[in-house]
Ligand binder design. Sequence first.
Ligand code: S3P
Length: 448
Amino acid sequence: MSGHGTAIPMMSSPCGPLSGTAEVPGDKSISHRSLILGAMAVGETRITGLLEGEDVLDTAAAMRAFGAEVTDHGGGAWSVHGVGVGGFAEPGQVIDCGNSGTGVRLIMGAMATSPITATFTGDASLNKRPMARVTDPLALFGTRAVGRAGGRLPMTLVGAAEPVPVRYTVPVPSAQVKSAVLLAGLNAPGQTVVIEKEATRDHTERMLAGFGAEITTEETEEGRVITLTGQPELKPQVIAVPRDPSSAAFPVCAALIVPGSDVLVPGIGLNPTRAGLFTTLREMGADLSYENERTEGGEPVADLRARFSPDMQGIEVPPERAASMIDEYPILSVVAANARGVTMMRGVKELRVKESDRIDAMAVGLRTCGVDVDEGEDWWSVAGLGPGAVPGGATCESHLDHRIAMSFLVMGMAARSAVSVDDGAPIATSFPIFEPLMARLGADLRRA
Ligand code: S3P
């Protein structure tokens, strides 16, 4: 688990054109949900293309601890023999979710309405992150939580023995909070209603419907009203996990900023609640096309083709797009530094409570590498220097955050001098093949 091991300092040097095909791993959000919903179904769910990153492996271990039989068949093929809604056993050990906010928050929801007790912990990054956003709505079902000051892990949850259904308006745009409430609602009688003012990724809703739950979504003046009927029998599924758009972002953005590049990134999930980065890049003038558009497993999928784009301009990213690209702002800021003019990003307060404070982590590293950044509580802006003009030549801190580490390494590929990160180990949480994949395209990445 990230943060438990030794730091891996890494360096990325300016490189020649990137070319070839980048087969990025499976979607992290869908991988977590496949294991958790598989564990709550009756019978065997079969999964292909599962992301075998540390975050997801921690969730697999957790599902075993709650009584599901989880088997790795090799090459991304897994099966989960579920115990049914309300069938979780009480774990005999502390559940360690490593670096994963999605893992811990979704699992808390999934166990919250069963009469069992579980204690959760994580690495130094996860143990700093706010959990009250999940335990507050879970308390409405009757779940009790005791954690450290400020609602931090380690934390013990006592599941509600006689849960009541809940109607809850999510106060922050968070798919993790929405999903935790829906998963808890599975074992409550009657209808649980979750209302979100801004649409966030909807994989939980889509997958619950696929597993046979009765779930509806209505767009109203209040926002998206999601209604779930409790205590269904979930039917096991055959799931082909699409490749992760958030991982695709790294080879795509690298190709846009490294002169002469032409990279194909096939089979990327383009659910509209996830694809905001690609829309933004195209608005900036990126040469980025969708090829072979199709639907796979209920999700829109396409092959992305990215070519070096010397004429990109800074833009104002609409705040209403934030939720659909929330994990992509760090790598967008690297593209922005290589574009001309200012890129303004507003409505992004949530970036401050991710694996790191991502505005702060990127602003400090970008400035160290010679890029001007302005920031406020919920906005930041990057002054683009134009293609190939980022000085680089510095070491940036990754703060136990995979996306910060990968963003700075991509920056080094197009900078004047190499960019280093103090610790690339967290990359294994979401993109364990990042180094060989980027090296095959032509990147010059080294472990220091
Ligand atoms: C995720 C939701 C997002 C995102 C995270 C994955 C999910 O977090 O940042 O990487 O799978 O539900 P929030 O719900 O905190 O916005």
